[in-house]
Unconditional design. Structure first.
Length: 143
């Protein structure tokens, strides 16, 4: 599964203190042209978000210190905010409701299912891309 060629390189950020999360996601996206960036904390995620045009973020629910909601607050301030996907071993109805109500794009259960991860990233990227195009049109109209 690849992003359309015209869209450029799809950059995905994995935020988790667990190396096995990064390794599992890397093995899933290895056969694509997507670039997986990795952060083990909120502070390292903030640095990567400042340096790269990231379109999708996968974030572990519990970060210690912090949580996925802290990252959501941060990305809301980015001019082109990435779509956020929350990951958790306990991806129950309560987490789904909380995540979607607060503005996350999706919730993925762990251990990761390859097809679910690819589907979720692709749809989250499409949402990000469509919002980016809509923003560009608004800028053109305002000019």
């Amino acid at each position: 599964m690849q992003a359309p060629k015209s869209a450029g390189l799809l950059k995905v950020l994995s935020v988790s203190p667990h190396e096995h999360d990064h390794a599992a996601l890397q093995s899933i996206v290895d056969h694509s042209s997507w670039l997986l960036l990795k952060a083990d904390s909120l502070s390292s995620a903030f640095i990567l978000l400042g340096k790269h045009d990231i379109s999708v973020v996968l974030c572990e629910r519990d970060l210690r210190p912090g949580a996925w909601t802290d990252l959501l607050d941060c990305i809301c301030d980015i001019p082109r905010p990435p779509s956020l996907i929350v990951t958790s071993r306990l991806a129950d109805d309560r987490l789904w409701a909380e995540a979607l109500n607060l503005g996350a794009w999706d919730v993925l259960a762990k251990p990761f299912d390859r097809m679910e991860v690819l589907r979720s990233i692709k749809v989250a990227w499409q949402h990000w891309h469509d919002q980016d195009r809509a923003f560009a049109v608004r800028i053109q109209v305002a000019s």
